[in-house]
Design a binder for this molecule. Structure first.
Ligand code: NDP
Ligand SMILES: O=C1O[C@H](COP(=O)(O)O)[C@@H](O)[C@H](O)[C@H]1O
Length: 506
């Protein structure tokens, strides 16, 4: 058998919303809605993945008419082929907008009236209807909006789902408080906590790469692996989001969630089945082996201006004495029999020299015998851009001489899979929410354990206010990074560059 279809959810109680459904995007005037949510909904609509007669209703405080709303909806939607343009017109006919407050019943009652009218017009004979509420909102209003929706817009005779964006709290205590309030209103099976990295193609691929390839899976342990580095780099700063960012910092923004999720899938044991609960049980199990991160195993940085590029503190919404880190490298340990002694380094930064998210698994050196001086193996999983998997390995340099050369086995997606269209993470996740598949969403206990790992160091940073190391906009990060890696990983990488490193441009 060459390929095997994997069930989208092993959860027998998952119910797919196949018809008579509305999606309400709360915070429809915002950044996430225009950049990710509406383009993802259009992508699904264009490819025929949305239920027929779907109604899309935007809700936010900003007053705007439908024309203005449609302008925002289309702002980031790309229509490279002619059929997309006509489909976009159809899509916009489904998109309507209601303006209202988040903390009074009045707005939600207006929304209810509007939804009821749209639903009646779209599916007049429907006995049951369904609603998905998508919170593209800052966390400060999650709870009050969840309350307003439950009170005013919750269907008694249909399926209701609520999709919540990260960050889920600021530390263990606030997360528990927020989740506790949400749980009183919305059942766990109605709640979809998005971490959009779980929707990325290469993150979803991890399960198959590992458990579908015994040769890889059997090498994933402390006997063969020296260290693992998970890196997130962005070539732009916090432009326009300085206020939010200063309160949260890089650790809460991408490390406690996106990078930790990647780490847990990379290191978990094989799940019993593909069901959402079996997968998440294994993730929780491995996370429980990770002790809180120590300050001595952290390097914090903050970017400064370079040329015409502003420094972090040049943003008017950032306090001039801010010590909020825009870069961090953190060492995590998994004290399980399989992984003890292997350092896992999470690195993340804004305003760096390139865009890249990758997982780099370094195998141990050949310590003895005839090849003790050659380069070690490295397995690299490039999450973005230019999805690829390559194994750095040694071979004989072709020719009459007998010489080793560092080379690679290379699976670059754009080369291997022609006609490639990798779905956007948000497309995959919104579709999962319609299907009722929780596998790629964050479970409550998973969140709790993630905060236990990060809360002590976050509190220490807040209390002690250590000055982050400065690095220039567009650089590789603080100058101290290389020494930090060498100290904690015990190895400096050989000067070897993957020749197809700009696969993103293929
Ligand atoms: N932007 C991104 O790329 C990503 C964002 N996220 C998450 O998605 C959520 C939304 O993010 P984003 O769209 O960037 O946020 P925005 O700051 O753009 O906020 C979304 C909308 O919420 C309303 N709003 C903003 N601030 C407040 C406030 N203090 N009180 C009440 N309402 C407010 C505004 O609408 P109005 O005033 O019209 O009501 C705004 O248009 C966040 O939880 C974020 O962490 C996750 C991944 C990526
Ligand atoms: O959640 C977030 O993610 C984005 C990065 O997402 P990506 O899909 O472009 O890798 C990050 O820019 C943002 O700060 C953070 O809130």
């Amino acid at each position: 058998m060459a390929s095997q279809e994997i069930p989208s959810s092993g959860n027998s109680t998952a119910v797919e919303l196949k018809e008579n459904t509305s999606i309400v995007v709360l915070g429809a005037s915002g950044d996430l809605a225009k950049k990710k949510t509406f383009p993802a909904l259009f992508g699904l609509f264009f490819n025929g993945f949305l239920p027929p007669n779907l109604q899309i209703v935007g809700y936010a405080r900003t007053k705007m008419d439908e024309e203005e709303f449609h302008k925002r909806v289309v702002q980031y939607i790309k229509t490279p082929i002619p059929q997309m343009k006509s489909k976009l017109k159809e899509f916009l006919e489904l998109c309507t907008y209601v303006s209202g407050q988040y903390d009074t019943d009045e707005g939600f009652q207006d929304l209810e009236k509007h939804l009821a009218e749209r639903e009646k017009a779209a599916y007049p004979d429907a006995k049951t209807k369904n609603r998905v509420f998508y919170m593209a909102l800052p966390p400060s209003v999650f709870t009050v909006v969840a309350e307003g929706l439950k009170k005013n817009n919750y269907l008694k005779d249909g399926i209701n789902r609520i999709v919540v964006e990260k960050p889920f709290g600021k530390d263990l205590e606030s997360s528990r408080e927020m989740m506790g309030k949400l749980k009183k209103l919305w059942q766990e099976d109605e709640t979809f906590r998005i971490d959009h990295y779980l929707g990325k193609e290469m993150v979803k691929n991890l399960l198959i790469l590992r458990f579908g390839n015994p040769v890889l899976d059997n090498s994933f342990n402390k006997n063969l692996i020296s260290n693992v580095q998970i890196t997130f780099k962005e070539p732009f700063g916090t432009e326009g989001r300085g206020g939010y960012f200063d309160e949260f910092g890089i650790i809460r923004d991408v490390m406690q969630n996106h990078l930790l999720q990647v780490l847990s899938i990379l290191t978990m044991e094989r799940p019993v089945s593909f069901s959402a609960e079996d997968i998440r049980d294994e993730k929780v199990k491995v996370l429980r082996f990770i002790p809180p991160i120590k300050m001595e195993e952290a390097l914090l940085g903050q970017y400064s201006a370079k040329g015409d590029k502003p420094g972090y503190k040049d943003d008017d919404t950032v306090p001039k004495d801010s010590v909020s880190p825009t870069f961090a490298a953190l060492v995590l340990h998994i004290n399980s029999p399989k992984w003890e002694g292997v350092p896992f380094v999470l690195k993340a930064g804004k305003a760096l020299n390139e865009q890249k998210t990758e997982i780099r698994i370094q195998y141990k050196d050949v310590t003895q015998g005839i090849f003790k001086d050659i380069a070690r193996n490295e397995l690299v999983i490039r999450v973005q851009p230019g999805e690829s998997v390559y194994m750095k390995m040694n071979a004989k340099a072709p020719g009459l001489q007998m010489r080793t050369v560092a080379t690679e086995m290379d699976l670059t997606y754009k080369r291997r899979f022609s006609d490639l269209k990798i779905p956007e993470a948000y497309e995959a996740l919104i579709l999962d929410a319609f299907k009722g598949d929780h596998s790629n969403f964050v479970r409550d206990d998973e969140l709790d354990i993630a905060w236990k790992i990060f809360t002590p160091i976050l509190h220490q940073i807040e209390n002690d206010k250590p000055t982050p190391k400065s690095y220039e906009y567009g650089s590789r990060g603080p100058a101290e990074l290389d020494d930090f890696i060498t100290k904690h990983v015990g190895y400096t990488r050989a000067n070897y560059q993957w020749p197809t490193v700009d696969a993103g441009k293929l």
